[in-house]
Write a protein that binds this ligand. Structure first.
Ligand SMILES: CCCCCCCCCCCCC[C@@H](O)CC(=O)SCCNC(=O)CCNC(=O)[C@H](O)C(C)(C)COP(=O)(O)OP(=O)(O)OC[C@H]1O[C@@H](n2cnc3c(N)ncnc32)[C@H](O)[C@@H]1OP(=O)(O)O
Length: 175
């Protein structure tokens, strides 16, 4: 499951970097890195948190989001897009995004005590490279990154919503 998710996400980034799909590399990059990070470096690495309700929350939210998104892409390519799928793609995110972020942040928060206790992925001094890295503080930094980055994604989707549902035109900035 984790391998499948990573494969899909890697391809997404390559597709928009090559211009195969018309979407921002930056926005997709942030979205994809947070998913890969949650799957591999949190949920897969820290077994003790796998039964947390917050894990269930973000997994359910991601699943609903991706079913809706890929239904939209598929029907759009077939030129038979039912309005309720278009509506769902550009409305459900209003609630799903904050819920997904809440699930992700609560999961990272739940992981903190295990990371501190085990010292996982951390490098302590002294060592032959003479560098130190503390995964515990790295996770706190990641949680802080959500504050400036999440609104970028959310407002991007709100702009897309106005464009697709109400035909508003925006001047696109290059990445
Ligand atoms: C090292 C540690 C790093 C940690 C980072 C920490 C900071 C992270 C902060 C960020 C928080 C993110 C949290 C997030 O994970 C939580 C959730 O996801 S919760 C669930 C709610 N989520 C959503 O609703 C996701 C919405 N996001 C998206 O839809 C996209 O991912 C987005 C990147 C935002 C891009 O959407 P956009 O509408 O701009 O572009 P599209 O890519 O959808 O479409 C552009 C056109 O291309 C066509 N397209 C794209 N892909 C396909 C495809 N596979 N098949 C066919 N067509 C495709 C699409 O139809 C568009 O074409 P057209 O313009 O003709 O309609």
């Amino acid at each position: 499951m984790a391998h499948l998710l990573q494969h899909c996400h890697d391809r997404r980034l390559v597709h928009c970097a090559l211009g195969i799909v018309r979407t921002s590399v930056l926005v997709t990059g942030v979205q994809v890195s947070s998913r890969i990070f949650m799957v591999w470096f949190i949920a897969n690495s820290i077994k003790q948190i796998q039964n947390e309700e917050s894990v269930l929350l973000f997994l359910v939210v991601w699943t609903v989001t991706e079913i809706t998104r890929y239904s939209y892409y598929t029907f759009n390519l077939l030129n038979h897009l039912p309005y309720f799928i278009k509506w769902a793609r550009y409305n459900l995110f209003i609630v799903l995004y904050p819920l997904g972020v809440a699930g992700e942040l609560l999961t990272i928060y739940a992981a903190l005590p295990y990371v501190r206790k085990t010292g996982m992925y951390s490098l302590r001094l002294p060592n032959k490279y003479n560098v130190s890295f503390d995964y515990y503080y790295f996770l706190i930094a990641v949680m802080c990154f959500y504050v400036p980055l999440f609104p970028q994604l959310y407002f991007h989707m709100l702009r897309q919503r106005r464009k697709v549902l109400y035909g508003e035109v925006f001047v696109e900035k290059d990445d």
